[in-house]
Design a protein around this ligand. Structure first.
Ligand code: SF4
Length: 472
């Protein structure tokens, strides 16, 4: 008998490459599920194999410490070969009967995209079949994970939501806030800012309660909170949109759009479709970027920054002066989602920390340009890398010995080996409680980050001091 390998085709790679080891990004429908959780009464369905939904649920529960119900259309071998139309309809029926949702939001997976399942068509048929019944609103987002990260999925989901629900009409005074992927506490802060400004707003998505709710006396199948459909419908008649993030979903899901102004985000869509002016800026971390946020708010609403924020700003600048001597010139590595890395690097640059590596698993190819734009002091000296995984960050750190790491808890093993401090922020935080409540944005969020960073450096010095000290 011939050796089986005699029949195997010889495939020779002409290009050397290293496979991704411990990816610094997550799966696209995971990001979509988070965004869909920010719509009131919404149940996300993942159209594909059961494992995708299980992994996503498990991952989110570990960060948010809440029950996270995400349904699956549960592909079998048959659906994989003949298409998932029947599974799609069955999943919708099951979700309606179990949850009675206001909205069903379906995102696709690697599997359903590979076989070319047309989810929009399946749902159109479903709506036609049930035309005499009361059925929920539907949203669909195409999120093949091999073409994008969780951030691409998140922003695709936000864009799909406004495309499905927003309507035009006479212009109002309200503002759309597309906050990007921030923490639940950041979302609460944003809402408070709008209350303080006495300005009506549409915050999308708003998972501040659905993924971080108060304790319940009885179990709720769908948690309270989220942006109501009726609010989203008014997004097309808003006075303006403010969108945090300059890279958003401009990775491969959107066809590697080189011009960031062409990215199909929620804000871009509303501007093109309904003429709602879109102000796009990085996440407001640090004094400069938070100032920019308030300047935009003033321009749009005609209202000055409320006094309480003047106080927060003043205290933050005062603390910059107090903490400067402990952090100046320290070498930091920042990693995580692209827009998070841009804003965090800009903030560290502002306080005098030398970011030596800014790395992300996202593949827009725009990180270096954005960092140069928002870090005018040292931007061109920062090694900014798209498409890096944790192992590349690890190897780089072993060679270049940074002083501190700033990012999610996935970098912990690198910091532990190097015996350097890590400041946990962003997503995910799997080895602490309260990760979902970390504040990042605004003067108040920056204040907490700044104190944490300075204290981490002081604590490290104190722990490694031969004499120890309790006064400085
Ligand atoms: S990467 Fe693809 S196969 Fe894996 S969980 Fe995500 S969608 Fe499913």
């Amino acid at each position: 008998m011939k050796d089986m390998f005699e029949y195997a085709p010889v495939i020779k790679s002409t290009k050397e490459f290293t496979a991704t080891r411990n990816a610094c990004k997550l799966c696209a429908p995971l990001g979509a599920a988070i965004a869909f959780k920010g719509i009131r009464g919404c149940v996300p369905i993942i159209h594909g194999g059961q494992g995708c939904a299980t992994y996503i649920r498990r991952y989110l529960i570990s960060h948010y410490k809440e029950p996270v119900d995400i349904a699956s259309s549960n592909f079998s071998e048959e659906a994989t070969i003949f298409g998932g139309a029947a599974n799609c309809h069955q999943a919708i029926d099951n979700v309606i009967s179990a949850y009675k949702p206001e909205v069903i939001a379906m995102s696709t997976t690697c599997l359903s995209e590979t076989i070319g399942d047309d989810v929009k068509f399946y749902i159109k048929n479903y709506i036609e079949e049930k035309k005499d019944e009361e059925i929920p609103h539907f949203i669909t987002a195409a999120t093949p994970s091999y073409q994008g990260s969780h951030m691409d999925g998140f922003h695709e989901a936000v864009a799909a939501t406004v495309k499905s629900l927003a309507k035009g009409g006479e212009k109002g005074d309200h503002i759309n806030l597309f906050s990007g992927f921030v923490s639940t506490e950041d979302l609460r802060q944003l809402k408070q800012t709008m209350y303080d400004l006495a300005t009506d707003f549409v915050l999308l998505p708003d998972y501040s309660e659905t993924l971080d709710n108060p304790i319940w006396k009885t179990y709720k199948r769908i948690p309270e909170g989220g942006t109501p459909v009726q609010k989203i419908e008014t997004a097309g008649s808003a006075a303006a949109s403010i969108e945090f993030g300059t890279i958003l979903n401009s990775g491969s899901l959107s066809g590697r759009v080189k011009n960031k102004n062409l990215t199909t985000s929620g804000g871009t869509y509303l501007e093109k479709e309904f003429g709602v002016k879109n102000y796009r800026m990085p996440m407001p971390i640090g004094v400069k970027l938070t100032d920019q946020f308030f300047e935009i708010l003033t321009e749009v609403t005609g209202k000055e920054m409320p006094e309480v924020y003047e106080g927060q700003r003043g205290r933050l600048i005062d603390s910059y002066a107090d903490g400067h001597k402990y952090i100046f010139g320290k070498k930091a590595v920042v990693y995580g989602e692209e827009d998070f890395v841009v804003a965090m690097t800009a903030f560290l640059d502002e306080v005098g920390i030398d970011v030596v590596l800014a790395a992300t698993g996202g593949e827009s190819g725009k990180l270096a340009d954005e960092i140069k734009e928002y870090c005018p002091e040292r931007g061109d000296k920062i090694l900014a890398k798209n498409g890096w995984d944790y192992e590349r960050i690890h190897e780089w750190c072993q060679e270049n010995k940074p002083d501190i790491m700033v990012g999610n808890s996935k970098g912990y093993y690198i910091a532990r080996e190097l015996e350097i401090p890590i400041v946990r922020c962003g997503f995910p935080i799997h080895d602490r409680i309260g990760g979902q409540r970390i504040k990042h944005i605004g003067y108040a969020g920056t204040q907490e980050l700044f104190d944490q960073i300075v204290n981490s450096i002081i604590e490290y010095k104190q722990d490694h001091s031969p004499v120890g000290y309790k006064y400085m």
